[in-house]
Design a protein around this ligand. Structure first.
Ligand code: NAP
Length: 509
């Protein structure tokens, strides 16, 4: 049995008297997974607050040309909501957005969502045992639980280049793509060569009169073994779901092998990593004949320090006569274009910022979160190290799950993270209900134990043993510690989500 959330009208500055079972912030795949997990545990009165004007998170926000997933789609999806009709092995972004809509409909999540709501602050009210969540319009929403699912890559980063604000032409960050703006016949500059640029650059080159790509750090690119999923296979997946589960299993096993050997146990398996780098280098040699261009496109850090990418069209784009790869640093931007440190200038019509996202300053957390005794999560993380028990819970923050925490990203597909977190939430809330408790909080000891363990384990990874100094990877925080990825296998993450000692939490009524 379930019912749809009653959304009480909001009045400026007036606390909403209703206390929801839970407030979730973020209507992407993480927030939707959290709502589904809560529903399993009988918490139906859930409100999901979303900054954007629709659901889907990353896949709603990012709409740049060329966007596609680069984890096989049968794996990059909820295991409990398979989609037999992915059109390609790696589905385009719009299909991911449609899939998010489909899952929201399946679990009746949309009526629980409020869009265009920017959360500024959440504070634990110890007297009432509720979280008070304040929106930017001053309205408040209250919930017995707070779950933040605000994403890792959700605060776009603008480059700190002098004069960037003076550019008189069109400026587009890839996370705010302007589909109305036609790049056909324009002189375009793209700043940045991360995973986004790798997908976008070939598409821009297709239509632009001239394209200059400004590269500060080269990126590893391996071949993308992509293709359409034949109708017969789609029909088979629909008729015999087990076949798609098998495909998912194969995809997961390959990703797990890459993660465990190439990233986590680099100290023992660096040959695996070197083989991946050799594959990328061969790919470059096959696609680019000019040795100087190859040199510029070759990274000087170990494969895996930074998220590698997959593309068959990125390298050849730079061999086209109307495309330039610029590796001299940018000195400044002015009204008309970009000036490099050697004094050369390039005037452009449109400046595309493929400059990524701010994780460690603007995110973690995405808004002010104040727990017990006035403890501020952002200040705590910055003064006492980034940490979260099982990447999910923090001492001093009762009835709170932070889905996008330091050490939480498990495996290569984000759905591994989401589903192991759903399992953890389910286990804990089952115990909370069994004991008739109303409050839970992870213990200092359990948190310290987890932190010590992951800090030890990351010591065997590519982040510690590889040559990562020049990679400028967002896997590392501002102190140079690789505190984003959970340095265990995903099997371990799932096992622990189903088995962690319940005594790691204090429960109270
Ligand atoms: P990113 O990987 O952080 O890359 C940003 C790029 O902008 C880097 O090349 C960076 O250079 C450059 N940059 C930033 N500030 C600059 C400045 N002031 N001057 C010059 N260059 C500057 O961001 P992204 O490409 O948007 O990708 C972010 C993540 O999104 C990916 O790693 C991936 O996890 C995800 N993603 C996934 C997919 C997919 O699955 N299909 C596709 C796209 C993105 P430096 O390296 O020198 O800092």
């Amino acid at each position: 049995m379930h019912h749809v959330t009653q959304t009480t009208p909001r009045h400026l500055g007036t606390p909403e008297p209703h206390v929801h079972d839970a407030v979730i912030v973020g209507a992407g795949f993480g927030g939707m997974g959290a709502a589904i997990a809560l529903r399993e545990r009988g918490r139906h009165d859930v409100v999901i607050l979303e900054r954007e004007d629709d659901l889907g998170g990353t896949w709603h926000v990012n709409r740049y040309p060329g966007i596609a997933v680069d984890i096989p789609s049968s794996t990059y999806s909820y295991s409990f909501a398979p989609n037999p009709s992915w059109s390609r092995l790696y589905a385009p972004g719009a299909e991911l957005k449609a899939y998010a809509d489909h899952v929201a409909a399946l679990y009746e999540l949309r009526p629980r969502m409020r869009f265009g709501v920017s959360v500024e602050r959440a504070e634990w009210d110890a007297a009432d045992g509720v979280w008070v969540v304040t929106q930017s319009d001053g309205a408040t929403v209250r919930g017995r639980l707070l779950l933040t699912a605000t994403g890792f890559l959700s605060q776009p980063k603008l480059p700190d280049i002098p004069g960037v604000e003076t550019f008189a032409g069109k400026v587009i960050h890839t996370a705010a793509w302007d589909a109305e703006h036609d790049l056909t016949g324009e002189d375009v500059a793209v700043i940045g060569t991360g995973a986004t640029a790798v997908q976008l650059v070939p598409e821009v080159a297709r239509v632009a009169r001239h394209l200059t790509v400004y590269q500060r750090t080269a990126i590893w690119v391996t071949p993308k073994l992509d293709g359409p999923v034949p109708r017969a296979v789609q029909r088979l997946f629909a008729a015999v779901p087990l076949t798609q589960r098998l495909a998912r299993g194969v995809g997961s096993a390959v990703l797990e092998a890459i993660m465990v050997t190439g990233v986590l146990h680099y100290a023992r398996f660096s040959s695996f990593n070197r083989a991946a780098a050799a594959t990328a280098t061969r790919h470059l040699h096959r696609q680019v004949a000019d040795p100087e261009l190859r040199r510029k496109l070759t990274p000087d850090y170990s494969f895996g320090c930074k998220r590698p990418t997959f593309s068959n069209t990125y390298f050849p784009t730079f061999t086209q006569p109307h495309v330039d790869l610029e590796t001299t640093s940018i000195a400044r931007i002015d009204e008309h274009g970009i000036v490099t440190t050697d004094g050369r200038r390039r005037d452009v019509d449109t400046l595309v910022l493929a400059t990524g996202f701010d994780l460690w300053d603007a995110n973690f957390p995405a808004f002010t979160i104040v727990g017990r005794d006035g403890k501020d999560l952002g200040a705590f993380w910055r003064s006492e190290r980034f940490q979260a028990y099982e990447g999910l819970s923090v001492p001093g923050f009762p009835n709170f799950f932070s889905l996008n925490s330091p050490w939480s990203y498990s495996g290569l597909s984000y759905f591994t993270t989401i589903e192991s977190q759903m399992k953890h939430i389910d286990r804990l809330l089952t115990e909370v209900d069994r004991r008739g408790a109303t409050r839970f909080e992870v213990t200092e000891e359990a948190n310290a134990r987890f932190l010590a363990r992951v800090r030890h384990q990351v010591g065997s990874s590519v982040f510690a043993h590889g040559s990562c100094g020049t990679s400028r990877s967002y896997y590392f925080n501002q102190h140079g510690e690789a505190t984003l990825l959970r340095p265990t296998s995903t099997l371990n993450a799932f096992r622990e989500a189903g088995r962690f000692p319940l005594s790691d939490y204090t429960l109270a009524s």
